[in-house]
Design a protein around this ligand. Structure first.
Ligand SMILES: *Cc1c(COP(=O)(O)O)cnc(C)c1O
Length: 430
């Protein structure tokens, strides 16, 4: 189908990027389980390698099943192109890679997925990159943190582990003034609840492992490009604006215009970093995306009910869900995230660390796992697991103190989930 702007989200989540298989007419997107593709002749091969013709060479770079997913996510996010890769963490490296070099830094929100905090505060140092963490509600602090070596601002839309939503527009304006892109991790919101590009984001990254796949089967990541950033407006992004030595001097921005970042991501990023998504993973994620809007509606409806029930319960200290009227971010949600605040939140259990551990052990429907965005409800005690590597200050800043558990509310019956929490809270406070 042609992806006209007239199609609604529910239509696009099923059809965008897909067409009946030209060879067989297969209606569902086939899993192209192949490593290589036969060139028509030597000239065809040369044109492909020169990026003069778009086509398939080798599955580290491109694969038809993965390509459908790329086009689908790009369409749902309102971007011009996307690159899929092997995990959400791979997507973050792949998003930063064309922008950064030794000595460059990224200004990042303090409220990020624990694994991202570790990746940014520790591992990227090995590349000579640095992350500066700031409270993104304090725009003056963001401005102050940006220096001549800053190449991006990075935040999450609905932040993990929960309770916080970002004012993307204000942050995008700050990044714009500094001549650098805003990268938004939209994993927890999904394009159904938030489309960061409409709020001024340049790049959107996803862990497709979570809601986009929606069933806890495969890891994957995606980077969507808005196509709106002028990479040649200043001299900060030579990989895109200047001759790229890694691709025999090709000037990506001049040659590919709004698709420069996407082409760079495939021709250099996937070619040389090799963090490729495999076609099986793309297949599972394509299956999941077909029902994204239906699942997100139920996720939000259940989260809203359960957060309200927990907030009213004596055994619970507080609930940080931006969908509750008590949240300081409630107005921001209504304005920027009108379909809801997602299904990920934290609550504090009276009795602290020990009660949290007992609660997690006593639950029967909720699974104790280090994952989120599954159809089934999940719980984790962040301080003893995902946020264990962080200092106590970083844990508090991330909203993951020792008395706090994070839940990812699934699409089961809300009443069953409430009954499960009720029995487990009794055991936890006994
Ligand atoms: C899970 C997650 C990641 C990392 O994704 P992986 O697929 O596990 O590598 C990054 N950001 C957010 C918000 C996540 O939830």
């Amino acid at each position: 189908m042609s992806d006209g702007p007239t199609y609604g989200f529910d239509t696009l989540q099923i059809h965008a990027g897909a067409r009946p298989d030209p060879a067989t007419g297969a209606r569902q997107t086939p899993i192209y389980q192949t490593t290589a593709y036969v060139f028509r002749d030597a000239e065809h091969a040369a044109a492909l390698f020169n990026l003069q013709e778009v086509g398939y060479i080798y599955s580290r770079l491109t694969n038809p099943t993965v390509a459908v997913l790329q086009e689908r996510v790009a369409t749902l996010e309102g971007g011009v192109g996307a690159v899929c890769c092997s995990s959400g963490h791979a997507a973050q490296i792949m998003a930063l890679f064309p922008l950064m070099g030794p000595g460059c830094n990224v200004v990042a929100s303090t409220r990020l997925y624990g694994g991202t905090v570790t990746q940014f505060s520790q591992t990227i140092k090995r590349f000579g990159w640095e992350a500066k963490f700031v409270d993104t509600d304090d725009l003056d602090a963001v401005k102050a943190a940006i220096d001549e070596n800053t190449r991006a601002v990075f935040c999450e839309s609905i932040a993990n582990p929960g309770g916080y939503v970002t004012d993307i527009r204000s942050l995008a304006d700050v990044a714009d003034d500094a001549g650098i892109p805003l990268i938004v991790d939209n994993t927890s919101a999904t394009p159904y609840l938030c489309r960061p590009i409409e709020h001024g984001a340049t790049l959107v990254v996803h862990s497709t492992t979570k809601y986009l796949t929606g069933n806890g089967t495969v890891t994957g990541g995606c980077i969507v490009d808005s196509g709106k950033f002028d990479w040649s407006a200043n001299d900060k992004f030579p990989s895109l604006s200047e001759p790229e030595t890694a691709y025999h001097g090709l000037k990506f921005h001049e040659t590919f215009g709004p698709l420069a970042f996407t082409f760079h991501g495939i021709a250099i990023g996937l070619r040389d970093l090799g963090m490729t998504m495999n076609p099986q993973a793309a297949h599972y994620t394509l299956m999941g995306i077909e029902t994204l809007s239906l699942r997100m509606e139920r996720h939000v409806e259940n989260a809203q009910k359960i957060a309200a029930w927990l907030e009213a319960d004596d055994r619970v200290d507080y609930v940080t869900y931006a969908g509750l009227p008590s949240s300081p971010y409630h107005d921001r949600v209504k304005k920027n995230y009108p379909k809801g605040a997602g299904a990920l939140f934290t609550f504090a259990v009276k009795g602290g660390y020990d009660s949290c551990v007992k609660l997690v052990n006593a639950l029967e429907i909720f699974s104790h796992v280090a994952n989120l965005g599954d159809a089934r409800s999940l719980i984790i005690h962040s301080a003893s697991t995902t946020h264990r590597q962080l200092s106590p200050e970083q844990q508090e800043a991330a909203g993951a103190g020792p008395n706090v558990v994070r839940v990812s509310i699934g699409i089961e019956d809300a009443d069953d989930l409430i009954a499960d929490l009720d029995q487990a809270l009794s055991k936890a406070s006994a």
